[in-house]
Design a protein around this ligand. Structure first.
Ligand code: KIV
Length: 271
């Protein structure tokens, strides 16, 4: 059943209350108006305009090339399709790592030009000054720890993070630092289930997992992955809820065949 357009809007406070009451948070990515509208109607809590748009929309190998202008464009399209969900917009690589003033300027551009409701950035203690400055300006910030794809050239691989004690301890400290800096939530990507459980229990802000097990306060997936549109990506954590890739190819094959055979357009499909 579609959620009424008068349904109460999701805010960062809603998410905090959901954590406190034990209700799990459902988050998905979207990058355009049409899919954002469907996802919002279906009752999602949070829509992430992820920089995974770089992979999914633009076909790039990494999230590194996507620009602030691209992210603002995708976020504008998503915001136009959303009535209820909280729209979080990824800050792209290069738009916040320099210094906290640059980070604030980028976050302000995202908020003013896209109409999004919050921003997300990757990293721990090294981004806390920027988080504080953005939050002080009135902009909600979501953190992102574990596998942080913008640093792929530093890690060299997309495998599970924080399996060793030292990295697990660092992740716990970073999560606490992000909470203290003012983040309203933090994403954990590809970390061990036990670690995600321990950190989620130690924080008051909600944690959202992707490949981080069932004990986070919410889950996120990339929409095109869970709908089966992207076919060459199948990590263990991904559950496919549909095979729109195959359905689309079949539909297009049928259309090509109908045009060639002159079955389309028929008597009713013309003026
Ligand atoms: O960009 C993205 O889609 C993300 C999710 C994987 C959390 O950051």
């Amino acid at each position: 059943m579609a959620i009424s357009s008068r349904a109460k809007k999701v805010t960062t406070q809603t998410l905090l209350k959901m954590k406190q009451s034990g209700e799990k948070i459902a988050m998905l990515t979207a990058y355009d108006y049409s899919l954002a509208r469907l996802v919002d109607n279906a009752g999602i809590d949070v829509i992430l305009v992820g920089d995974s748009a770089s992979n999914v929309m633009a076909g790039n190998e990494t999230t590194v090339p996507i620009t602030l202008e691209h992210m603002i464009y995708h976020a504008q399209c998503v915001v136009n399709g959303v009535d209820r969900a909280l729209v979080v917009v990824d800050m792209p690589f290069g738009s916040y790592q320099g210094d906290s003033k640059t980070a604030l300027d980028s976050a302000i551009r995202i908020m003013k030009e896209s109409g999004g409701h919050a921003v997300k950035l990757e990293g721990g203690s090294e981004v806390c000054d920027s988080v504080k400055r953005i939050v002080e300006a009135g902009i909600p910030v979501m953190g992102h720890l574990g596998l942080t794809p913008q640093s792929i050239y530093k890690f060299g691989t997309y495998t599970v993070r924080a399996k060793e004690d030292a990295e697990a301890t660092k992740l716990m400290e970073d999560a606490k630092a992000l909470e203290e800096a003012g983040c309203f939530s933090v994403v954990f990507e590809k970390i061990p289930t036990e670690l995600a459980k321990k950190v989620s229990e130690s924080l008051t802000i909600p944690t959202i997992g992707i490949g981080a097990g069932p004990d986070c306060d919410g889950q996120v997936l990339v929409l095109h992955d869970m709908l089966g549109i992207t076919k060459d990506f199948s990590p263990r954590f991904l559950r496919r809820y549909a095979d729109l890739g195959e359905m689309t190819e079949d539909a297009v094959k049928q259309y090509v065949s109908d045009v060639r055979s002159q079955d389309f357009p028929n008597e009713e499909e013309r003026y």
